[in-house]
Design a protein around this ligand. Structure first.
Ligand SMILES: Cc1cc2nc3c(=O)[nH]c(=O)nc-3n(C[C@H](O)[C@H](O)[C@H](O)COP(=O)(O)OP(=O)(O)OC[C@H]3O[C@@H](n4cnc5c(N)ncnc54)[C@H](O)[C@@H]3O)c2cc1C
Length: 325
């Protein structure tokens, strides 16, 4: 196998957990199949994150510190990653399947004439080539795909692997990037973020998601309280987003976000396939639903049949009691 370069995404001044998961997976594969592993950080503050990334064992870290990379921009990120691959000589670019990755993957694939394996839930080396699995058709099927050409670009779903540290000696290489302002075809003027202090849904270790069983302010308060007690993020089905009880940024599913936390609470959610497409990769799924035949129970590790308005207060109380012990 040729060398792999892992793009490490940074958001709000922190390295994304999902990027470290991908780096950890490729380190395992690099050890097993004897290929080189490098990482690349983009942005003027790249040096601040070198120590964090180094703890996950890449042999080399490339930093592209051009000022204009301070914010995600399709054109600049594509230029920076193409330059990094060029300097690294890697045959594969790997990254977490973040919103930013989805934005650049197509353009990168065309620029590099690469085989593109997007949004995979597993990646392996089989007979000297990449083989990945990827949920398709709203996660009703898994497609197993093999890369036939080099270079390859692989994006991996968050939560598909665990991040595990394995520090090694690392060389840091600064990669210059010349960007002329005149060449920019577009610019981001403002990023309207979610409410400050809210946990990023796609990176959260715990997600408490509400469905149409949550009917009013009292229900949303209970869901938010459970999330807060567990230090988790709040998610929602399209049904409750459309009823304006939760913001569109909370929607999970085929037309929303894909999440794969350690623990997923499905509260008053029926388990429609379009919703399941966004959460079925969660490690432990707990469903609370008053209908014992609700499809969500087919996907859940634990199920509670009952009224969420009675169960959530008891659960929150119990968790608080355990936490104060
Ligand atoms: C093209 C397309 C894309 C879509 N994309 C998405 C998407 O990205 N995400 C998404 O979520 N949906 C999506 N949908 C919609 C999807 O098909 C479902 O309609 C939606 O997921 C249902 O949401 P729900 O489970 O909240 O509601 P429902 O299906 O109405 O289920 C509500 C559940 O709550 C339970 N319940 C009611 N009261 C209580 C109570 N007091 N205590 C406990 N349980 C209770 C009920 O038994 C029921 O099972 C999409 C649909 C289409 C056609």
């Amino acid at each position: 196998m040729e060398k792999v370069l892992c793009y490490i995404a940074v958001q709000d001044g922190k390295v994304k957990r999902s990027a470290l998961e991908v780096l950890s997976r490729f380190r395992e594969l690099a050890v097993a199949h004897d290929f080189g592993l490098e990482a690349v950080l983009l942005g003027p503050d790249a040096d601040d994150h070198v120590a964090t990334v180094a703890a996950y064992g890449p042999g080399k870290i490339l930093t592209v510190k051009e000022d204009s990379l301070v914010r995600h921009s399709n054109q600049l990120y594509v230029e920076a990653l193409v330059r990094a691959i060029d300097v690294s000589g890697a045959g594969t670019l790997a990254m977490a399947s973040t919103e930013g990755a989805k934005d650049v993957l197509g353009a990168l694939g065309v620029r590099l004439s690469a085989s593109v394996l997007p949004d995979v839930s597993s990646v392996d080396v089989v007979d000297g080539a990449w083989e990945v699995t990827r949920p398709v058709m709203a996660a009703k099927r898994l497609a197993r795909t093999r890369a036939l050409t080099t270079p390859s670009i692989i994006s991996v779903r968050s939560g598909a692997y665990s991040a595990s540290e394995s520090a090694a000696d690392v060389e840091v290489v600064d990669v210059p990037l010349e960007v002329s302002e005149d060449s920019l075809r577009m610019t981001i003027r403002e990023v309207l973020g979610a409410v400050t202090g809210e946990i990023d849904l796609s990176e959260a270790g715990v997600v408490v998601a509400a469905g149409r069983g949550v009917k009013d302010e009292e229900g949303t308060r209970l869901v938010r309280e459970l999330a807060s007690v567990l230090g988790g993020a709040v998610g929602a089905t399209r049904a409750v987003v459309e009823s304006n009880l939760f913001p569109a940024t909370a929607q999970i599913g085929q037309t929303g976000k894909v999440v794969s936390p350690e623990l997923y609470f499905a509260v008053g959610i029926s388990g429609a396939i379009q919703h399941v497409a966004g959460m079925s990769n969660s490690r432990v799924i707990v469903a609370i639903n008053k209908d014992a035949d609700a499809p969500i129970f087919r996907y859940s590790s634990y199920g509670v049949v009952g009224d969420l308005y009675k169960i959530l207060p008891l659960l929150i109380d119990q968790l608080r009691t355990v936490q104060t012990r």
